[in-house]
Design a protein around this ligand. Structure first.
Ligand code: M3P
Ligand code: FE
Length: 309
């Protein structure tokens, strides 16, 4: 039983045409479909070129930018039932989403995490395949894909007023593994990095900030040279860069943070280390967190910490 990985993030944007132009032409995602859904309204589904699921990002028009929910995939079909029980024991209100209610996925469960975000768990996702196919696939995508064109989504970061409480929930109830943490002088967690069944240092991170908020999600790039090329693409297209290209001390990843045209923070990420399930937790002190965040600059930027969706 367990949480496999991040499946998709569902967000709202006040300008769906502008956002779609940015996510397809600058970020270089594939637009999977655009539907006027009776409940959601005008909605676009996106995926990266190497992703197998129907989509990894759902954006719908709404005057207020924000996150509707985020979804993780579980390892087996029976896990949903087991998680439903575990969540109920914890005291969470759990509802079932049945097959046919959401595009690209079957039966799933929905609940609020202690830091206020709505989370879903799903096993049954529609597999539409990557763009390479499964018959004598080319190892690389077509060279003329527009924009940054990341192969896949990597991780997300949400805020929590009580990081410790949220971390315990993700570890004890959902079974994610803590890989790194930042502690204040009293030993309270200010930030945590958590992994599912992947060997990446994080599938989700939680950092101190307002409950319910989304800080960013990140796309994977294959190496540092692609990060440099992404910076060129962003600057060429007039995208506002928040920080980088640089390196995180936490996770050791190479990174750039930037904003989509409606103010949602995106990241591109590569590197990091391989995490074994028995890996010992890495701890950062609040005094050294500048290096943890941005190793070269050694700063805790206020815009970086305070701006969220
Ligand atoms: C990352 C990462 C914060 C730290 C962010 C770190 C918001 O995004 O990928 O490791 O303090
Ligand atoms: Fe990140």
């Amino acid at each position: 039983m367990g949480i496999l990985r991040l499946a998709h993030i569902d967000v709202r944007t006040p300008d769906l045409d502008l956002a779609t132009a940015y996510y397809t032409e600058v970020m270089g995602l594939q637009q999977v479909q655009r539907t006027v859904d009776p409940e959601l309204g005008d909605t676009v589904y996106f995926k990266c070129w190497d992703e197998e699921d129907h989509h990894s990002l759902r954006m719908r028009y709404n005057p207020r930018t924000g996150m509707d929910s985020f979804t993780f995939r579980v390892e087996s079909e029976d896990d949903l039932h087991d998680y439903e029980k575990k969540l109920a024991d914890y005291g969470a209100q759990v509802s079932r989403v049945s097959k046919g209610e959401a595009v690209g996925q079957g039966e799933s469960i929905r609940f609020e995490v202690p830091s206020g975000q709505i989370m879903e768990l799903v096993w049954d996702v529609e597999k539409t395949g990557n763009i390479l196919g499964k018959s004598n696939p080319s190892p690389v995508p077509p060279p003329d894909l527009p924009g940054i064109a990341p192969p896949r989504m990597d991780h997300m970061l949400v805020n929590a007023e009580e990081v410790g409480e949220a971390a315990r929930f993700f570890q004890d109830v959902l079974g994610l593994r803590l890989t790194e943490q930042v502690l204040d002088g009293n030993g309270h967690q200010l930030g945590v990095w958590l992994a599912g069944r992947t060997n990446s240092p994080h599938d989700i991170a939680i950092v101190n900030g307002p409950n319910g908020a989304l800080h960013h999600w990140a796309y994977w790039l294959d190496d540092w040279d692609h990060i440099r090329k992404a910076a060129d693409t962003l600057a060429y297209n007039g995208v506002q860069i928040d920080q980088g290209p640089t390196r995180h001390g936490v996770t050791r990843g190479n990174t750039i943070y930037f904003f989509d045209p409606l103010g949602i923070r995106n990241e591109v990420f590569t590197g990091g280390y391989w995490v074994d399930p028995d890996q010992e937790i890495i701890t950062w002190t609040e005094q050294e967190f500048g290096k943890g965040l941005f190793y070269y600059e050694n700063i805790v930027s206020q815009r970086f910490l305070r701006m969220h969706t």
